[in-house]
Design a protein around this ligand. Sequence first.
Ligand code: NI
Length: 165
Amino acid sequence: MILPILHYPDKRLRKIAEEVEVFDDSISVLVDDMFETMYQAPGIGLAATQINQHKRIIVIDISEQQNEPICLINPVITEKIGKTESEEGCLSVPDYVESIKRFESIKVDAMNQKGENFEMDASDLLSICIQHEVDHLNGILFVDHLSKLKQGRLIKKTKKSGKEL
Ligand code: NI
């Protein structure tokens, strides 16, 4: 099922997501719906926060063919190495792209849909995407990393274009 995506500056994007403790069918259904919603958008990452489900779940697929789905539940970034900067966008901030500074490589501890732990090394786009999505789970949007001046312009633009708040 395709779910509606919340748009900036919706306050629900600021909620801090809670850890998943029970890995039942409802989590599998939610993960499937998140992948469907992300692919349809189309996007390369989606956090549960963005579809108003405040659970620590992110889905990612950075492959060209959209056939390499990655699901991270209760993700924790345990190592951050190096620096990088690249253009980012977000399904919750439509039609807006800005250059954002991130760590180049990270190590992540997470769980799969069955509640099994795994560790992952990520660099480049995958690393950036995970950092962006983990931010969502903490109520942080990529535009929060911008200067106040740029954030001010963004708010005006959003209001002018009459997007749903
Ligand atoms: Ni986003």
